[in-house]
Design a protein around this ligand. Structure first.
Ligand SMILES: Cc1cc2nc3c(=O)[nH]c(=O)nc-3n(C[C@H](O)[C@H](O)[C@H](O)COP(=O)(O)OP(=O)(O)OC[C@H]3O[C@@H](n4cnc5c(N)ncnc54)[C@H](O)[C@@H]3O)c2cc1C
Length: 505
């Protein structure tokens, strides 16, 4: 007799922001969902972004009004869904009259202020720079200021995955989808992970494989991709803090592109991004010398502090999986998303995601569910706009939360309390519940990372390796010594062995 594999309503391929966003929305509407991610959650494009929840001022120049309107409105929706990992930020645009006239910027900012609903974020205004206090070159004397938000991109993904799981979804990381075919009106999906191969069945398959979306269709499903995908590489450099204060700068470059300088993790400035065609393997994207020179030049053209390559503390790169609109210029390719719903063998649904931004992931997921409504008649309606993400529940104020942490945990340093407040919000009590002193937090790996937090990340956030923890869950990798990384790796191996023994027993 043929083995009966479980049938899910939906199997989602890809644990980037779009995959987890759809899985979460679907689970909250009562669908049974399985999501598989071949690596760690957010290990590709979704952790390599500029980390902004923004309308995209420059997209107005490319007449992307639909996208900008939706993205502008999403800023405040997401801000109240996850105020611990998203914060309002003011952006300063130094005026460069030879690049864009003042009237053009003013018109753009007028639209930016009014196109989408805005209640919490302040509107735009003009600014003057004093030559002594300004971090910019003395000849830059005026500019404009407007609001957007900064986000911890990888944590936005993890929090959506957690919410999906809490709503009943099964989330399998380090599990690759090898193939899927239709049989008797359902998908038979073959998965592979360290335990071997397995099969699940699904009524609907969602291809949210990001940079692999077209390759997955062609190679794993043997289907023709309905759209072309342009892979556009973007890179960032991280340097010691270029200036004091919590505002970001949006710098215009001679090639008409813009580059951000964003305050990052208290001690650093994040500078990016670039736009260049990418032809290689999206598993291995690295900053090029050309990109490094480009970003350093733009920064040095604007800031008094002159950077060299030696100042770069770290860099990262990702590829945007954009829907090909045949633009000649990589910066001009549409940043909007396109969803493709096809019926394989006349009945079985396959939904593929092309493009999309972190900022619009929630709306993208809602649109996906609207398209899939005919397959799930009893599915519940929209719900995500007002729902808090994990850690935002019962959160009165981040300052009060931090004070409460410092009050409860004797001898805890301020930086760690601050980091926990912004990473975990109210969920911090899940690992601090019975702890009253730093001594009770277990082994200290450095930089305020203790066993109690590591255990929580393994247990609740799918962390497995030191890189999962240091790069994506905590961002401590910028400060961590190599020796401490090895100690953490050893601890994680022994933790996994202990967990395995427990499972067997
Ligand atoms: C340089 C740069 C800057 C950006 N800045 C911003 C910004 O500031 N704000 C903003 O809103 N957006 C920004 N974006 C856009 C945003 O980051 C992306 O649109 C978004 O992260 C794409 O998410 P995704 O889920 O589609 O792809 P990904 O995050 O790449 O996720 C796809 C996942 O699918 C998995 N996968 C693939 N094949 C399989 C398989 N067979 N089985 C299992 N898993 C599989 C991959 O491992 C991957 O993790 C930026 C993008 C870049 C590159």
């Amino acid at each position: 007799m043929q083995e009966q594999h479980p049938i899910y309503d939906m199997v989602v391929i890809g644990g980037g922001i779009n995959g987890v966003g759809i899985a979460c929305d679907a689970a909250g509407r009562g669908l049974s969902v399985l999501l598989c991610e071949k690596d760690d959650l957010a290990s590709h494009t979704s952790s390599a972004s500029s980390k902004l929840i923004h309308g995209g001022l420059r997209y107005l120049e490319h007449k992307e009004f639909r996208l900008v309107r939706e993205a502008l409105a999403e800023r405040e929706v997401l801000l109240s869904k996850a105020p611990h990992i998203i914060r309002p930020m003011r952006f300063i645009m130094p005026h460069e009259p030879h690049l864009r006239p003042a009237w053009l910027i003013r018109t753009g900012l007028f639209f930016y202020d009014h196109l989408g609903k805005r209640e919490q974020l302040a509107g735009s205004n003009q600014v003057e720079f004093s030559s002594i206090n300004s971090p910019l070159h003395a000849e830059i004397t005026r500019g404009f200021e407007y609001s957007d938000c900064a986000v911890d991109d990888a944590r936005l993904v993890v929090l959506n995955a957690m919410q999906a799981k809490e709503l009943g979804a099964k989330v399998l990381t380090r599990t690759q989808c090898l193939s899927a075919k239709t049989e008797n009106g359902v998908w038979t999906v073959k998965l592979e992970n360290s335990h071997g191969e397995s099969v699940v069945r699904a009524k609907v398959l969602v291809n949210a494989a990001g940079p692999w979306v077209a390759e997955f269709l062609q190679q794993n499903l043997k289907q023709k991709s309905p759209y072309g995908v342009r892979l556009i590489q973007g890179s960032h450099i991280i340097v010691p803090k270029l200036y004091d204060g919590d505002k970001a700068f949006i710098m215009q470059n001679d090639d008409q592109r813009i580059v951000f300088a964003i305050p990052y993790l208290q001690d650093y400035t994040l500078i990016g991004t670039t736009d260049q065609e990418f032809q290689g393997d999206p598993n291995h994207v690295e900053i090029t010398q050309h990109e490094i020179d480009y970003l350093l030049d733009v920064s040095n053209d604007h800031f008094k502090v002159q950077l060299t390559q030696d100042d770069i503390v770290a860099s990262y790169s990702g590829v945007r999986p954009l829907c090909d609109d045949e633009s000649d210029n990589p910066s001009a390719v549409t940043r909007d998303y396109t969803l493709s719903l096809t019926q394989v063998e006349g009945a079985v649904a396959l939904l593929s995601v092309f493009g999309g931004k972190l900022t619009t992931y929630r709306k993208l997921a809602e649109s996906a569910m609207t398209l899939l409504k005919p397959y799930f008649e009893h599915m519940r309606g929209v719900w995500t706009a007002a729902a808090k993400l994990p850690g935002a529940e019962h959160l009165v104020s981040l300052d009060i939360l931090k004070l409460n942490i410092l009050e409860q945990i004797q001898n805890l340093d301020d930086n760690t309390a601050e980091r926990w407040t912004h990473a975990y919000g109210s969920r911090v009590w899940d690992f601090l519940k019975n702890i009253h002193n730093v001594d009770e937090l277990g082994q200290h790996f450095g930089c305020g990372l203790y066993a109690q937090e590591v255990d929580y990340l393994v247990e609740h956030e799918w962390a497995r390796t030191s890189q999962d923890i240091l790069k994506r869950r905590t961002k401590l990798y910028l400060k961590f010594e190599e020796e401490s990384v090895q100690v953490l790796d050893k601890y994680l191996i022994s933790l996994r062995e202990r967990r395995l023994k427990k499972e067997v027993a």
